[in-house]
Design a protein around this ligand. Structure first.
Ligand code: IPM
Ligand code: MG
Length: 358
């Protein structure tokens, strides 16, 4: 089969990790007989420098026409002082909205080899941790009405959390569908003791739950969730949350795993197309030094093959190649847990690439 992928390398370490991902993808193409073609698109800081805006209409159009999008990372100190609507991060929001990617899937799983990387005590983390965050991605306070106004107390700023039934229904369905393929447990996160938007969230989640009688739903208040995640993370399987709560809790989950350099993500819409990216940022401090870990991007490529192209065998081949390489003890600097010398990011990609087989 032929697949056309829009590739956004972005800023900082983006280009190096994406190159690692594409090397692996090319190898999958050779081994399994697929053709992957790439349309390179500028977004984020590079686009601000070239075009004066973080995302051009043309860039968005190319992404809309592709079968899926692979993204490295955007942002960096160079653009930090720009006004909100011109920051590199706007490119991400524009892509999510413009591609209709309302569901963000962030698996957080502790690998056997990396238990020591978790900051949690072993008696907690030894019980295991294998959670999928399903985060709403195109609504809520990220996209609600915002502004500034003058008041007798000086300037006032506001952002609004808005959720419609339709938006909650579709993300709840995504979570239940994911849960049906796992252990049929969903924790729904809200702040229904205070927020009206959360009360609607809770009502709608329970309405959709009736379509999935086998799934057990638990409501967890977001503040309690923050606590439970570090106290007893093994109790969670699928977690569904609003845009903002999901943003915060997915960073907490990544930290529990201890190695953000291993965490992939998928953002999906109705048509199966998606945008795939590591959950870490552009790490400008280590950019260009070939030390960045490409694994989160490589695992994002695996998610793309599985979720957008339905290539399960190929996705597993990538995941197994990553596991094999880690089992042999190879480590980039960020996940170094033994006395061995760290290998470079490009070495890690080429080892994984070579480990791909049918
Ligand atoms: C994420 C990031 C983004 C978000 C930022 C960079 C806009 O934190 O993908 O989690 O808040 O969604
Ligand atoms: Mg975040």
């Amino acid at each position: 089969m032929k697949y056309k992928i829009a590739v956004i390398m972005g800023d900082g370490i983006g280009p190096e990790i994406v190159k690692g991902g594409l090397d692996v993808l090319d190898r999958v193409g050779t081994v399994f007989g697929h053709t992957f073609s790439y349309d390179f698109v500028d977004a984020g800081g590079v686009s601000i420098d070239k075009n004066g805006v973080p995302l051009t209409d043309e860039a968005l159009r190319i992404c809309q026409q592709a079968d899926s999008v692979l993204l490295g990372a955007v942002g960096g100190p160079k653009w930090d002082t720009l006004p909100g609507h011109l920051r590199p991060e706007r490119a991400l929001l524009g892509l999510r909205k413009g591609l209709g990617l309302y569901a963000n899937i962030r698996p957080a799983k502790i690998h056997k080899e990396f238990k020591a990387a978790s900051p949690l005590r072993s008696e907690i983390i030894d019980k295991g941790f294998d959670m999928v965050m399903v985060r709403e991605l195109t609504g809520g306070i990220y996209f609600g009405e915002r502004g500034r106004r003058s008041t007798s107390n000086g300037e006032e700023a506001y952002d609004t959390e808005t959720y419609s039934e339709m938006e909650i229904e579709r993300i709840a369905r995504t979570a239940f569908e994911v849960a049906m393929k796992r252990s049929k447990k969903v924790a729904s996160i809200d702040k229904a003791n205070v927020l009206e938007s959360s009360r609607l969230w809770r009502e709608v989640v329970h309405k959709i739950a009736k379509e999935y009688p086998e799934v057990i739903v638990t409501d967890v208040l977001v503040d309690n969730m923050a606590m439970q995640l570090v106290k007893n993370p093994s109790q969670f399987d699928v977690v569904v949350a609003s845009n903002l709560f999901g943003d915060i809790l997915s960073d907490e989950a990544a930290q529990i795993v201890g190695s953000i350099g291993l965490m992939p993500s998928a953002s999906l819409g109705y048509d199966g197309k998606g945008m795939y990216e590591p959950i870490h940022g552009s790490a400008p401090d280590i950019a260009g030094k070939d030390v960045a870990n490409p694994i989160a991007t490589i695992l994002s490529v695996a998610m793309m093959l599985r979720l957008s192209f339905n290539l399960e065998e190929e996705a597993i081949a990538i995941e197994q190649a990553v596991d094999k390489t880690l089992k042999k003890g190879y480590r980039t600097r960020d996940i170094l847990d033994n006395d061995s010398e760290p290998i470079s990011g490009s070495k890690m990609s080429s080892l994984i690439r070579e480990a791909i087989s049918k």
